[in-house]
Structure formats: structure tokens, C-alpha cells
Design a protein around this ligand. Structure first.
Ligand code: MN
Length: 242
């Protein structure tokens, strides 16, 4: 999948995106119509070693090819069992309180990691778009103050979970979730549209950082994909057709 096709797929929602994995040669619109309801492990948008030295290749390989693959497989099984085939992951998870823990845990694991890989990119030193920067300045005071708040939240997660930057109305907020929960779930304490997230499960960092989660979080900023996060914000801000 080339970068342009990949970016395009992000705006088509989960169904289009997921279909891309197995039908990357098809035009995105066609792929969406043909989606058979099965969730596909999305392609990693870079090589396992592309985020070195901040995230090591071995961890990336295990995290993607074992953990994310397992969530995807188990989510498909749970969706099939619940008779939910045809709904997108976002549709299912936004009403997750109606479904089994298997849907919540594996659906969350499937979608959270799909976002996470795209919220990372080889270190370029790029910064947020002006539009996003203005919003971060308004709600947190500065980019650095936002990073401090997000990092502190990530460090504070007890056990396994995630920290998030979300958009909610005209506000940007930092929040955390436990396990594989996310802010799009109806059971989330703080709901919103995810712009940036970090996985603070030990499987995300323990081979390189052992117990030093704080070092992993500090290193994360070097590979945060501000282009993608800025696009997510533009997507959130763009009025939807009625
Ligand atoms: Mn993970």
C-alpha cells in the first residue's frame, strides 16, 4: 500500500481501512463495498526496525505479529459468535456495553493497535500542524505543557492500559483507559475522538526498557507521528455531510 492510498483509507472508516489489508490493489471505494465483515490485521506502515532506537525491532515484531494478530483473530471469533458481522469496529465498540468481555477486550486490542501504529512514524522532528498547535496551546498552554500532561497520565496508568489525547467538542483532553478500553467505547469515563495514544502495557516496552516505563514514554515523543495526528484533528474538525 503506498502512502497516498494508505492516508486515503484512513478517511474511509474502519471498513475501508480493514479491507485494504487484503485488497490493497483495489480502489478504496470498491474495497469497502466488497468488505466481507472480517477484520484484517492492517499492514504495519513501516519496517519493524524503523522506530529504532526508541522502539526496538524485536518488540515491534512481537507486538504486531503476535499481540495485535491475536487480538484481531479473537475479535473475529467473538464478532462471529455474537452475530455482528458487517458492523465496523467503531460501530461495535461505541456500543460495547451490550456485548461480551471478549468483544470489549479483543475489539479494543484490535482497534487501539491499528491507531497506535499510525500514530508512530520514523523520527523526523516534525511538529503538529498550526491548526492542532493552536488547539493544544488553547487547552494546555503550550505543546510542552501538553506533552508533560500526557506523559504524566501515561506514567500514572496502574497496570495495563493506554493514555490518550482526545477531541471532544471544541476541547482537547488527556485521558487514560485500562486494559484495551478506549475513549470511543460507551463505557469510557471520558469519551472523545482519539488523536494520539500510547500503549503502556508491558508488552510494548519490556524487552528494551524492562520496568522503566517512564523512559519508554519519554522516548515515544521522538516517534510520535504528528502528520497523522494533525490529519486526525482535521478529520474531526471537518463538518460531516448531513
Ligand atoms: Mn499492545
Amino acid at each position: 500500500m503506498n502512502k497516498r492510498t494508505f492516508i486515503k483509507s484512513l478517511f474511509l472508516g474502519s471498513a475501508g481501512f480493514l479491507a485494504m489489508g487484503s485488497a490493497s490493489k483495489l480502489k478504496a471505494g470498491r474495497a469497502r463495498k466488497k468488505w466481507n465483515g472480517e477484520f484484517v490485521l492492517p499492514e504495519l506502515p513501516y519496517a519493524y526496525n524503523a522506530l529504532e532506537p526508541y522502539m526496538d525491532a524485536r518488540t515491534m515484531e512481537l507486538h504486531y505479529s503476535k499481540h495485535h494478530a491475536a487480538y484481531t483473530e479473537k475479535f473475529n471469533a467473538a464478532v462471529k459468535e455474537a452475530g455482528l458481522n458487517g458492523k465496523t469496529a467503531v460501530e461495535i465498540l461505541s456500543e460495547v456495553s451490550k456485548y461480551s468481555p471478549a468483544i470489549r477486550n479483543n475489539g479494543g486490542g484490535f482497534l487501539n493497535h491499528k491507531w497506535f501504529w499510525n500514530m508512530l512514524a520514523p523520527a523526523t522532528g516534525k511538529q503538529p500542524s498550526q491548526e492542532l498547535l493552536d488547539a493544544l496551546n488553547k487547552d494546555f498552554g503550550s505543546l510542552d505543557a501538553f506533552k508533560e500532561k500526557f506523559s504524566a497520565a501515561a506514567k500514572s496508568v496502574f497496570g495495563s492500559g493506554w493514555a490518550w489525547l482526545i477531541a471532544d467538542g471544541d476541547k482537547l483532553k488527556v485521558t487514560t483507559t485500562g486494559n484495551q478500553d478506549s475513549p470511543i467505547m460507551d463505557i469510557a469515563a471520558e469519551k472523545g475522538f482519539p488523536l494520539l495514544c500510547i500503549d503502556v502495557w508491558e508488552h510494548a516496552y519490556y524487552l528494551k526498557y524492562q520496568n522503566r516505563r517512564a523512559e519508554f514514554i519519554d522516548a515515544f515523543w521522538n516517534v510520535a507521528n504528528w502528520d497523522f495526528v494533525s490529519q486526525r484533528y482535521t478529520q474531526f474538525k471537518t463538518p460531516k455531510p448531513v
